[in-house]
Design a protein around this ligand. Structure first.
Ligand SMILES: [Fe+2]
Ligand SMILES: [Fe+2]
Length: 365
């Protein structure tokens, strides 16, 4: 610790006492400021931000103990170290100073060495605490940076896994990029609704953005003859295709089960299992109905169907027009879609169109 770094403010109504402080402290390389009462002291505190205050109890106007109390109640001043000084011997007043936050008490007249040694101890403590606080702050910054890095790696790994699965399906160029944007947008809008406020928060929105891309991950378990078939699937083939929900859901369920820290995947598991369930109970694989279907899956269902009908397919030469898309989506309200969530979708349909434009890609036929 270097004394020259420490700022000390001495508050006393006696000019002689202030001169003594100045002489002693300067001799020991402290930077010194003086004030004759609490009002002047307050101005100096705001100007110089002292590390330590030597404060006389018996001040004119606002008493030293009251001024001490004021300092300790101010968030920006409460960490300033205060040594109380007085000629009084009343133990109750001295104890009161400690109760109000003083770190030390010196009885006048005091010895120069005693004053300097006591100040040195407190200044060392102040600098030690400041250094520790700085170390903790730096450590917290590093921890935040590292945990952001780990989260980014985790999100990128999940996305590349989903991309890898998508690469087997020639029809879905940029489908994942759009799905996660739609799911995020719809969730952000639902968060504002009273009905969903308790279910949807910033964490949910971040999670659905990352997890929605896993909805069709189970398609890796569907053979080429069905997955890549250019014509409409037969009834039996469609039954096999439905299994992609179970393949994906089971894989994510097992990962959640085996890894205590992979709880974030539970939303991915729900989306993979239930994104083809229908509000009217006629979906698959479990024929869940209404709010039995997890909300993340109900959101992704809207995003997925919207995207599926927004682009041409091998079996559909021309893409649907905006009005056709609206009609198809509307006809599924209450059938496939949760009517409450659908109402919100309708409100922001234009923003869906913007996402569609931003992330449209040439399909690889
Ligand atoms: Fe699917
Ligand atoms: Fe999809």
């Amino acid at each position: 610790m270097e004394n020259s770094k420490a700022n000390i403010l001495c508050v006393d109504d006696s000019p002689t006492q202030l001169l003594i402080y100045r002489k002693y402290l300067r001799k020991h390389n402290y930077s010194v400021d003086i004030a004759k009462d609490s009002t002047e002291a307050m101005k100096k505190i705001l100007q110089t931000k002292p590390d330590l205050i030597i404060l006389d109890i018996e001040l004119p106007g606002i008493k030293g103990t009251n001024f001490l109390q004021f300092i300790k109640h101010k968030e920006e001043l409460k960490d300033i170290c205060v040594i109380m000084v007085s000629g009084i011997t009343d133990i109750e007043i001295i104890l009161d100073s400690f109760r109000k936050g003083a770190v030390d008490y010196l009885k006048k007249p005091f010895d120069e060495d005693e004053l300097i040694l006591r100040i040195r101890v407190h200044i060392e403590n102040i600098f030690f605490r400041k250094n520790k606080e700085e170390e903790v702050n730096n450590l917290n910054i590093k921890i935040t940076e590292k945990s952001n890095e780990i989260n980014d790696i985790k999100d990128a790994t999940i996305f590349s896994l989903a991309k890898l699965a998508e690469s087997r399906d020639p029809e879905t160029g940029n489908h994942l990029e759009r799905i996660r944007e739609y799911a995020k947008l719809l969730s952000e809008e639902l968060e504002k609704e009273e009905k969903y406020g308790y279910l949807i928060n910033k964490g949910f929105i971040k999670n659905i953005y990352n997890m929605s891309v896993l909805h069709d991950i189970g398609k890796v378990g569907i053979g080429d003859s069905i997955l890549l078939k250019p014509d409409k699937l037969t009834k039996d083939e469609f039954e096999i295709m439905k299994n992609h929900t179970l393949i994906g859901g089971d894989a994510l369920k097992e990962t959640c089960y085996l890894n205590r820290n992979a709880n974030f995947l539970s939303m991915g598991r729900d989306i993979a299992f239930y994104h083809h369930e229908r509000w009217n109970g006629k979906g698959y694989p479990f024929s869940l109905k209404g709010e039995e279907i997890p909300i993340a899956a109900r959101i992704v269902a809207i995003a997925d169907v919207y995207d599926a009908i927004s682009f041409k397919r091998v079996y559909r030469e021309k893409p649907f027009s905006d009005s056709q898309i609206y009609e198809i989506m509307n006809s599924e309200c209450g059938n496939i879609f949760d009517p409450n969530i659908f109402k919100v979708f309708i409100r922001i349909e234009n923003k869906f169109k913007e996402i569609k434009e931003t992330f449209k890609s040439s399909y690889k036929f």
